[in-house]
Design a protein around this ligand. Sequence first.
Ligand code: SF4
Ligand code: SF4
Length: 215
Amino acid sequence: MAVLGRGLIDGLRVTAKTLGRRAVTEQYPDVQPELPPRSRGVIALMEENCTSCMLCARECPDWCIYIESHKETLPPAVEGGRERNRNVLDRFAIDFSLCMYCGICIEVCPFDALEWSPEFEYAELDIKDLLHEKDRLREWFWTVPPPVALDPAAEKPKEIALAQKAADKRITARKAAEIVALAEDSATEDPATEDPATEDTATDDTATEDTGGDG
Ligand code: SF4
Ligand code: SF4
């Protein structure tokens, strides 16, 4: 009896302690949860970016990425050039019943063809339906949030820094050329240096006039 009374008191104490706190219960599915934008919901595929390089499939610890592709020969870009080969993606599928959401495939993709989408409502009654083929993976891409803004204090990406340097160089060279052109123009237009002979003639005329007055 004493144990029962103790249990009741403990229970009431916990109730009293949490009574004033904000409820954390989510009313899902009536109310959608507010998930962080970078939540790992589902993997989306940008098919156009995929080169079928197989890096993601090779690195996946669960071997749940299936890629099939074939090579296509393209005619030379210029006459007399060489024919080119390119991979054409036939199948890209992820089995979400095996995936452990580690994100390795997204990290290793060199062409940003894979991204996380925060969508999570794709539960199925049949586990086989968790195998998403490329068309379905492509559709998830519309739900991928835009990339986060860069930290204003962060270093500029290498490519932007190089492009900025090249642009600065071009601007400096153009300014220098403009200064040289201006200097050349002003040298041509300077009246003092324009026709020294005319000045000399004018002096001569004055001298002649002076001489006439004396006579
Ligand atoms: S998140 Fe991890 S387990 Fe899932 S497909 Fe990518 S690499 Fe494989
Ligand atoms: S790593 Fe990227 S580009 Fe390569 S096969 Fe996977 S998704 Fe396609």
